[in-house]
Design a protein around this ligand. Structure first.
Ligand SMILES: *[C@@H]1O[C@H](CO)[C@@H](O)[C@H](O)[C@H]1NC(C)=O
Ligand SMILES: *[C@@H]1O[C@H](CO)[C@@H](O)[C@H](O)[C@H]1NC(C)=O
Ligand SMILES: *[C@@H]1O[C@H](CO)[C@@H](O)[C@H](O)[C@H]1NC(C)=O
Ligand SMILES: *[C@@H]1O[C@H](CO)[C@@H](O)[C@H](O)[C@H]1NC(C)=O
Length: 448
């Protein structure tokens, strides 16, 4: 008996001590990345001190205040579609894995990260059927390599409305607000109710007026073109159902679901995998879990891998795609599908990103991490030193650390060069991080 007990103790203690990565720290730093991406007037409790107020003149066509929100990536455009997706994913993670955020001591910070986005999205919703979906122009923004605090280029705003609809954008923004309303339900009931009111209007707007937002907002079509909108419509409906439990929203899910035609993955453009997860929980029907099992079994067993074992989907921002897949399969494991295998395999993938590959792709984690991320604001020296393209083209490391940001990631043969010039592999972005953060939260909750 004693022998057995001893074995069990050794076994258990090794489970928790032999692991090289402190996921709680990663989770904490991940929230710092969102602070670094803040646009607008920064609050007194801002922890990322190398940032200051910026883009204080962002406004709508009638002078509406559109300050705030997040810069998209290494640039300063506020793209509403990926920002709303990021907000939905962060809210979902905090909602279902609050324990992890509490354990890491960042529940309050996670609420602030969500509210920074939803405060802005509320400002963008200027009329029942009117939603600003972008501030700034990608083409123009990308001409400059400078600090956000020093920007002087024009930053026009772009809107969707009843005569120029964007079902995908309105549906995803409704999802973001519905999910956030659940997060804030016990934190601030007034704010929660405001979010739900706007979510209802935005969902009705999405349902009544159909079209792709990127057909309306031409600049977004170059950077975040939507493949189609039925997935966001059903996803928005599922979130509305979760937030209200009103059958009319489930009826929309059932009406739209069969018309979704794309693969079962998850990304700023494809919501199918997330939708199946949500519906598995909301309905208890096994058909949704069956789809997830097929998707995850394929991903773990058949999807291309790099020589060092990373599940690999795309040359550009490879880790974003892997993390989007992992969050679906970690959540599938939470629902009892191949739990041990999916968790073990997912942890290996995350550990590859944090250093098992010989390099950490998360800024500020481990000893070897990106020092030249393609990220304007952290790269530039402090005012009044010059920034610009000469600096961009130099080998000088970034002046500040955009802690907690995950870069695009390696190529198909594990290759990676730490240079600002390689945006496909070395840029950072809000939506890259959202799924990564959500994966880390599950590992924290599991006690890994
Ligand atoms: C990106 O994800 C990783 C893992 O949580 C984290 O280290 C980094 O700080 C994250 N940033 C965001 C925005 O989640
Ligand atoms: C609706 O949006 C389109 C495209 O952004 C714009 O051209 C049009 O002026 C808007 N209509 C109103 C009434 O705001
Ligand atoms: C709750 O939210 C409302 C509306 O946004 C805000 O005015 C109020 O200050 C918040 N209350 C607390 C306690 O944070
Ligand atoms: C690895 O892939 C990169 C592109 O991602 C390519 O430039 C490089 O030549 C490849 N290296 C090897 C050794 O195959």
């Amino acid at each position: 008996m004693e022998f057995k007990t001893a074995v069990v103790i050794v076994f258990l203690s090794c489970l928790s001590c032999s692991v090289g990565y402190d996921y709680k720290t990663v989770l904490r730093k991940s929230l710092l990345f969102y602070e670094a991406q803040r646009s607008g007037k920064l609050p007194a409790d801002q922890k990322v001190k190398w940032r200051a107020d910026s883009a204080l003149k962002d406004k709508g066509w009638k002078g509406e205040d559109l300050t705030g929100g997040y810069y998209d990536a290494g640039d300063y455009v506020k793209f509403g579609f990926p920002m709303a997706f990021t907000t939905t994913v962060l809210s979902w993670s905090v909602l279902d894995h609050e324990k992890a955020y509490t354990k890491a001591g960042v529940l309050g910070d996670s609420h602030k990260a969500i509210k920074w986005a939803t405060d802005y999205l509320l400002k963008c919703h200027v009329g029942e059927n009117q939603l600003y979906g972008q501030v700034g122009l990608g083409q123009l923004d990308h001409v400059y390599w400078t600090r956000p605090e020093d920007m002087t280029m024009e930053r026009p705003a772009f809107m969707i409305n009843a005569s120029a609809p964007g079902t995908d954008l309105a549906g995803e923004t409704a999802a973001a607000m519905a999910a956030a309303s659940l997060v804030f339900k016990t934190v601030n009931a007034t704010y929660s109710a405001t979010l739900l009111k706007h979510a209802r209007q935005l969902f009705d707007f999405a349902y009544k007026y159909r079209g792709k937002y990127s057909d309306v907002i031409a600049d977004a079509n170059t950077f975040y073109p939507s493949s189609n909108y039925p997935d966001e419509l059903a996803w928005g409906a599922a979130w509305m159902y979760r937030a209200t439990r009103e059958q009319k929203y489930m009826n929309v899910v059932n009406e739209i679901y069969p018309t979704i035609q794309y693969w079962d993955g998850f990304s700023w453009d494809d919501k199918k995998g997330g939708l199946d997860l949500l519906l598995a929980t909301l309905t208890g029907e096994s058909k949704y879990l069956d789809k997830l099992k097929t998707f995850c079994d394929y991903a773990f067993n058949k999807q291309t891998r790099t020589p060092k074992g990373l599940i690999f989907y795309s040359e550009s921002a490879s880790l974003r795609s892997t993390n989007n897949m992992l969050i679906i399969c970690l959540e599938a494991a939470e629902r009892g599908i191949n739990a041990n295998t999916y968790r073990k395999e997912s942890k290996k993938q995350i550990d590859y990103m944090l250093g098992d590959s010989g390099f950490s792709y998360v800024v500020g984690i481990g000893n070897k991490y990106p020092k030249h991320a393609h990220h304007r604001s952290s790269s530039c020296p402090d005012h009044p030193a010059a920034c610009g393209w000469t600096f961009f083209n130099s080998d000088v490391p970034n002046h500040h650390m955009v802690e907690g940001a995950i870069v695009g990631g390696p190529g198909s043969n594990d290759s990676y060069i730490d240079t600002r010039k390689d945006a496909p592999h070395n840029e950072v972005a809000c939506d890259f991080n959202a799924s990564f953060q959500a994966c880390i939260a599950i590992l924290v909750e599991l006690g890994y």
